[in-house]
Design a protein around this ligand. Structure first.
Ligand SMILES: Cc1ncc(COP(=O)(O)O)c(C=O)c1O
Length: 413
């Protein structure tokens, strides 16, 4: 990834490796990167008590956010808007589309969508939704196609399906849920050719919660009705300004999003080596008891896997107790690669700030849990191994937990 020219409002970022905790399923329960928190705090400090300057600074950082988003995720700066999180933003896009159509519109989607995406259409009487396997999408007639760039369950990359739709002569409306793709794999919205691309910033970018990015194709910016009503656009002279949340926002989030994208641009490398390191080590340790799902994009930062003959949920709970936070997906009625009748996978993700040692830690703990806590896996002090958070400055995280640690809640973002 190339490092572009310096943008004044985006603070220089030190390396983020070695931050205190890592979530192997970045999401709603995880903290933004320290550099992001610093950028937000610095923005607030700069504008506190100076309302006029606040708006000025806001426009400045918004400009830089558009520039860095277009450099990293394609398109032009004028196509990128600051947004709320994915769920709130897709709701607004659905509202805009309903107004644009002025009649009941048919939405065709895949059978692996997150409710924080497809729900915007399926819960709205102005749409009729049909869900089909991704390979049938292009052959199913629709007014609107809605799908994830990378699916949240098996981490399948739908780029080819998206391009097949957007290259059709009839130019159907294509809305993309980029929540699992942005910060995980390379994204180029112009190459995808979609009308709308949406992402939250708090997942693979380690950005602020409740904020995100919205990309709109230039014809959409001009022609579709903006879902915003109250207040004046912060940037009235650019058409994309009409598409941005207005007053009452925590505008330091813009600085946080810009910093998160910048950090990714400057520091991230391909997810493939770390992914392969994990798969190989896991297979060495567990042999044919583990079955990685091959649909998961090889370029990505996620390994989804089945545990042959083992219920994944108790494993997930035990991992959570030991500080290893991953994702557990059990979906009845959908066949997994090696199972029958149910998709039952664990999903481990390695955001760009993960290092090789943290991958080894994840494998060691996972192996121990799958094996059951055997005498060999209990340390001399009689305590179970726990994920060791590394820290640059603060006190080190405890290396062990007492045998009778309280049961952690099984929440999953
Ligand atoms: C693919 C996908 N879409 C949408 C959402 C909902 O996103 P948010 O909670 O950021 O609004 C998620 C959350 O995990 C997701 O994975």
């Amino acid at each position: 990834m190339h490092v572009a020219r310096k943008l004044d409002s985006i603070r220089t970022l030190e390396t983020e490796r070695g931050s205190t905790a890592i979530a192997y399923n970045p999401g709603t329960m995880t903290d933004p990167l320290p550099a992001v928190e610093r950028a937000m705090a610095a923005f607030r400090r700069r504008v506190r008590g100076r309302p006029l300057m606040a708006y000025e600074k806001c426009r400045e950082v918004l400009h830089d956010m558009r520039v860095v988003a277009s450099e990293v995720f394609g398109g032009t700066p004028e196509g990128w808007a600051m947004a709320d999180g994915h769920t709130a933003t897709v709701d607004r896009i659905a509202d805009s589309l309903a107004e644009h159509f002025g009649r009941v519109a048919t939405v065709v989607s895949t059978d692996s969508e997150h409710v924080g995406g497809i729900g915007a259409f399926s819960a709205d009487k102005r749409f009729v939704v049909r869900q089909v396997p991704p390979e049938q999408l292009a052959d199913t007639a629709a007014d609107i196609y809605f799908l994830s760039h990378v699916t949240y369950d098996t981490n399948h990359d739908n780029s080819d399906v998206i391009r097949a739709l957007t290259r059709r002569a009839d130019d159907p409306i294509v809305i993309i849920d980029g929540n699992q793709a942005v910060g995980q794999i390379d994204v180029d919205v112009a190459a995808l050719g979609c009308h709308v691309y949406i992402t939250s910033s708090h997942k693979w970018l380690g950005g602020p919660h409740g904020g995100g990015l919205l990309y709109l194709r230039s014809d959409v910016v001009e022609q579709w009705p903006s879902p915003f009503r109250a207040g004046d656009p912060l940037v009235p002279d650019l058409p994309i300004g009409r598409w941005e949340p207005r007053g009452g926002q925590d505008f330091s989030r813009v600085a946080g999003i810009a910093a998160a994208v910048r950090a990714y641009q400057v520091h991230a490398t391909s997810g493939r080596p770390i992914r392969e390191q994990f798969i190989q080590a896991l297979q060495r340790a567990l042999g044919d008891r583990v079955h990685p799902i091959t649909a998961s994009t090889a370029e990505g930062r996620v390994v989804a896997f089945e545990l042959v003959g083992i219920d994944v949920y108790p494993v997930y709970r035990e991992l959570a107790e030991r500080g290893l936070s991953i994702k557990c997906i059990k979906k009845p009625g959908k066949r997994a690669e090696s199972g029958d009748g149910c998709l039952e996978v664990l999903r481990v993700g390695f955001p760009w700030w993960t290092d090789a040692e943290q991958v080894d830690d994840a494998v060691a703990i996972l192996t121990e849990v799958v094996d059951g806590v055997t005498p060999a896996s209990v340390s001399a002090s009689g305590r179970r191994r726990r994920w060791r958070g590394r820290s640059l400055g603060g006190p080190p995280a405890p290396a062990t937990v007492p045998e009778a640690a309280p049961v952690a809640a099984g929440g999953d973002a």
